[in-house]
Design a protein around this ligand. Structure first.
Ligand code: NAP
Length: 502
């Protein structure tokens, strides 16, 4: 079968890059060529920004409930194509099929949630301190929004950004990760079918350093909503600061599961396996540390190691597969470098610790689920994001000690605490300093009704993923006073005198 060449989507049309060049997207499990994509350049960036900027002036006046109807339509089409999109997701990015379907479902949920917001978009209406004066604040869109997204949630993460951006009246340029561009193309076909006006939703593929950077530095792009690594996010933030742009950053994690001596150990093991090795450890919220109370650590580790060793690696499309490949051969190399670092620093490898190359696995990018024991809090495997199926196990004397270890990294995304003691659960709710906290569940499992995001090196204070607070990222507050008294009323000066006259 001939491999399809996909185009950029600009101003409602599918167009080739003026570079005349393309790049490939291949399956990490089999090396299969999934599609050819436009390797866009600076001129393409200029054209897409002009298109989105021109479309903004009309789109911002489109009633929000009507904007919401289009977003809702996306959810309906996506629901009808859920299986097809899930299978493509597994082919291009290789998380196992049930997880791929979950990724698509997250976008459906977000579209439905945000479509409801189209009929709310609550502002503020408050009493004035002066008579015959109306005081309120409304949300205005920002303008052109650039959504720069990673490959690990190639459908859900763009949905977290694009639906609220569109509902609030912004136009969007999407720059997807170069590892999952075909999914982005297929997703844009759905936006097109839903009937968005030309220029409101646009797609441009190509290298982050060219297309991403071009969007970050273009003066007409007013918001950069970026999800990716902390190093690139920092760079994006610094460049955008030159233009005083708003930048919303969702970045790396070093998430921990704390297991107390009173925990249900079997339940904790289920949560650890799911959080550490689900999506092959390539979730921003994946657990890459277990902080076990010293009294139960051995018992926990014996069972955990036995379960981990039995996990079956393979193509995510096969029902027998528990753990898929990592995103590309470079990732295998990086993960293995961390295994070597761990050993050098004195940790021991309890399970895994090497690439998996048996049989068909040799065609893909596979790494064995790995557990490091005897890890101390300052070791690099306890501090740095590896983004693969590697789990560091640390020991704590008490809940206080465990929380202190948990909080002492440069990241602050997700923490989980397993305990059957209600007081300990509430202490954790008070003292853990990550943006997400789970009690008696793993580190993953966000829902669209509540915000997702992190502290320290994980984010810069914005939230996405859901809940009404995400609207703050995509809107500017406009405060409006209407004086219908027919005279000059001076706030903070005339208040007492004017009130006496009433
Ligand atoms: P990445 O390498 O930082 O890339 C993210 C996006 O930025 C991609 O679209 C990339 O394009 C683009 N990019 C690269 N260089 C750029 C530049 N100089 N200027 C502007 N954009 C540029 O991250 P990734 O490997 O795709 O994703 C994994 C990371 O994302 C992990 O650190 C993970 O923790 C994080 N993540 C965080 C969250 C969260 O909610 N906190 C969620 C998911 C993932 P190319 O693909 O073309 O290079």
């Amino acid at each position: 079968m001939e491999t399809r060449e996909f185009k950029n989507y600009v101003n409602g049309k599918w167009v080739s890059s003026s570079s005349g060049r393309t790049f490939e997207s291949r399956s990490p499990a089999t090396g299969e060529l999934i599609g050819m994509l436009q390797l866009s350049n600076a001129q393409d960036v200029q054209e897409v920004v002009e298109a989105a900027d021109a479309a903004f002036q009309k789109w911002r006046k489109y009633p929000a409930p009507k904007r919401a109807e289009l977003v809702y339509k996306v959810s309906e089409i996506l629901r009808a194509r859920k299986q097809e999109m899930g299978e493509l997701l597994t082919r291009e990015m290789c998380k196992v099929l049930p997880e791929a379907l979950g990724d698509v479902q997250e976008a459906i949920d977000m579209a439905m949630y945000m479509a409801g917001e189209g009929r709310r978009l609550n502002g503020l209406l408050v009493p004035s301190e002066l008579p015959s004066k109306w005081a309120m604040a409304v949300r205005d869109p920002l303008g052109v929004v650039a959504a720069i997204t990673p490959w690990n949630f190639p459908i859900a993460i763009p949905a977290w950004k694009m639906f609220p951006a569109l509902i609030t009246g912004n136009t969007v340029i999407w720059k997807p990760a170069s590892d999952t561009p075909v999914l982005a193309e297929r997703m844009i076909e759905i936006y097109e079918e839903a009937g968005f006006p030309p220029g409101v939703v646009n797609l441009i593929t190509g290298a982050g350093g060219v297309v991403g950077d071009g969007l970050v530095t273009h003066p007409k792009v007013r918001l950069i909503t970026f999800t990716g690594s902390t190093d690139i996010g920092r760079d994006v933030n610094m460049k955008a600061a030159q233009h005083l742009k708003r930048v919303s950053l969702e970045m790396g994690g070093k998430n921990a599961i704390i297991v107390m001596d009173d925990a249900d150990i079997d339940l904790a093991i289920e949560g650890i396996i799911w959080s550490a090795f689900g999506t092959t450890g390539q979730r921003c919220t994946a657990a890459s540390r277990v902080i076990a109370h010293q009294a139960i650590k051995k018992q926990l580790l014996d069972k955990l190691a036995a379960r981990t060793a039995k996990l079956r690696l393979g193509d995510g499309l096969l029902p027998t597969t528990d753990v898929g490949p990592v995103i590309n051969p470079k990732a295998v190399q990086k993960i293995h470098e961390y295994t070597e670092i761990a050993k050098k620093e004195g940790a021991s490898v309890l399970v895994g610790g090497e690439p998996a190359t048996e049989g068909d696995l040799a065609r893909g990018a596979f790494y064995k689920p790995t557990i490091f024991d005897n890890v101390t809090p300052t070791m690099r495997v306890a501090q740095e994001e590896i983004f693969g199926p590697s789990l560091a196990v640390l020991s704590a004397k008490s809940l206080e000690d465990a929380i202190e270890i948990n909080n002492r990294t440069n990241f602050g995304l997700s923490t989980s605490v397993y305990t059957t003691n209600v007081n300990r659960a509430f202490e954790a709710m008070r003292d853990v300093t990550t943006g997400l906290l789970y009690i008696n569940a793993g580190t993953i499992g966000s829902e669209v009704q509540l915000p997702l995001g992190g502290t320290r090196g994980t984010g810069n204070g914005h939230r996405e993923g859901g809940g009404p607070v995400v609207l703050d990222t995509f809107t500017e507050w406009k405060t409006i006073y209407v004086d219908y008294s027919g005279r000059l009323q001076r706030a903070q000066i005339d208040t007492d005198a004017l009130v006496k006259k009433i």
